[in-house]
Design a protein around this ligand. Structure first.
Ligand SMILES: C[S@@+](CC[C@H](N)C(=O)[O-])C[C@H]1O[C@@H](n2cnc3c(N)ncnc32)[C@H](O)[C@@H]1O
Length: 425
């Protein structure tokens, strides 16, 4: 799995260094990583001057934002989510905003960490840094803080000007897709995060690999298209860097280009403490709703059956996104269907209808099985019928899936019976 993920992220990198970028028809010029960064930077510097709107709808609480952030900053908000606004930031924390732009999320984080916290925004584009730096004193005054708790540094996402193990929370809004060397960005994120720290980032991802003709279209890098990773590559790259408990906490469709779905995701993950002492926990029993799951360390759990675990697995399974699925115990503990902790969601007893829906497992597990013979791998689209869609939209399944519709034309919606016993497809 890790080898696969490395290949996926490598593929993008190698391609960019050695590939022909086709800057103009017939051009044989190869574009380097530096060229891509420069073009992206020029694009954002130009947008600041022209007032061009780039990227995607966000969902800020504008009444709150306008109450303390100057209009000049709000005008250059180019994000695709609200990573600082999702109850992810706590008072007193040190927050790093990668690709801080005009500073909108850094300023929201500065409000949420309070005067005892600290925020560092990093960006490579002078025009963006100028806006953020110019407005920081007004934000501080509007918040009523005695001194600045936010600073903006010039730097690249793949060479962060930040000390090792110093950051509680990394946020980033629509930036990493623009960085040519994602593997280095993920490694840098891991380096600067404190053990026990985490990231919450919004970005653009796809349901399938962006083809070469788009990757090599230098103009589309700044549009958040050419550099987008598939959801599965994105999460695998984070695991490769060392983060765990990775899952999508929010997603929304953005654009469909040549059949490729680009969607905005907000993703979170953790740098766990190294486990030095043995935990008292010896067993983990999966409660459901999945009948089987594989965690990011490759350990398989079957619902109701106690699985012996080591202390590092106990730490992983205790994360807030995984804990509700397990009973951790000192002695083996079986759960049967009568136990209130055992859970399952069965499909309705009716024929299936194929409407073009696909489901992508959003984590934090690498693989899960439901009660209808479907096996979902993280980030990989699996075609599902309407009956299965209903199951995945239930309260217990919904947080674990990104569902999208790939049908580019009307479908008849005729029902089918998929298996001899009438089971679901
Ligand atoms: C789409 S804008 C988003 C800005 C800001 N996060 C927001 O939500 O408004 C991307 C920003 O990331 C910066 N950026 C892009 N690639 C970068 C890189 N490799 N290193 C540092 N900054 C980068 C650009 O200069 C730009 O300010």
């Amino acid at each position: 799995m890790l080898r696969q993920s490395r290949r996926a992220v490598d593929a993008l990198l190698v391609l960019l260094v050695h590939g022909h970028m086709g800057n103009s028809p017939g051009s044989e010029e190869a574009m380097s990583i530096e060229d891509i960064a420069r073009k992206v930077s020029d694009r954002y510097a130009k947008a600041v001057k022209t007032g061009e709107q780039i990227c995607c709808p966000t969902n800020y609480d504008m009444t709150t934002m306008r109450s303390f952030i100057p209009e000049e900053v709000l005008k250059v908000s180019y994000g695709c989510g609200t990573p600082a606004g999702l109850k992810t930031v706590s008072a007193g924390e040190t927050v790093l905003d990668i690709g801080s732009g005009g500073g909108i999320d850094s300023f929201e984080a500065a409000r949420l960490v309070g005067p005892s916290g600290q925020v560092i925004g990093i960006d490579m584009t002078d025009a963006m840094l100028d806006i953020a730096r110019r407005n920081a004193p007004s934000v501080t005054a509007n918040l009523g803080y005695a001194s600045l708790n936010v600073e903006f540094r010039k730097g690249l996402a793949d060479a962060l000007p930040v000390q090792d193990n110093t950051i509680d929370l990394i946020i980033s809004n629509c930036v990493i897709n623009l960085a040519p060397d994602k593997r280095r960005v993920f490694a840098e994120m891991f380096r600067v995060t404190k053990p026990g720290g985490r990231f919450t980032i919004s970005d653009i991802a796809t349901d399938q690999t962006v083809p070469q003709y788009l990757v090599h279209d230098s103009g589309k890098w700044g549009d958040c298209l050419s550099g987008a990773l598939t959801l599965s590559e994105y999460m695998a790259g984070m695991v490769e860097a060392g983060f765990l408990g990775i899952h999508v906490i929010k997603s929304s469709p953005w654009r469909i280009i040549d059949g490729i779905q680009f969607f905005s995701i907000t993703l979170t993950g953790y740098k766990l403490f190294e486990q030095t002492t043995n935990s008292a926990v010896q067993y983990a029993t999966l409660c459901g709703p999945f009948s089987r799951v594989v965690d990011e360390r490759g350990m398989t759990y079957h619902r109701g059956i106690p699985q012996p675990i080591k202390s590092d697995s106990a730490v992983l399974l205790s994360l807030s996104s995984l804990a509700p699925h397990f009973v951790l115990s000192i002695d083996p503990l079986w759960l049967n269907r009568d136990d209130a902790r055992w859970s399952a969601v069965f499909p309705a007893e009716k024929p299936c209808v194929w409407m073009g829906h696909f489901a992508l497992l959003a984590g934090p597990f690498l693989e899960v099985a439901d009660d209808d013979y479907h096996v979902y791998s993280r980030g990989t689209p699996l075609e599902i019928c309407s009956k299965t869609l209903q199951v995945l939209e239930t309260e217990s399944y919904a947080p674990h899936f990104v569902c999208l519709n790939r049908a580019g034309q009307p479908v008849s919606g005729e029902s089918v019976s998929c298996s001899p016993d009438g089971g679901c497809c």
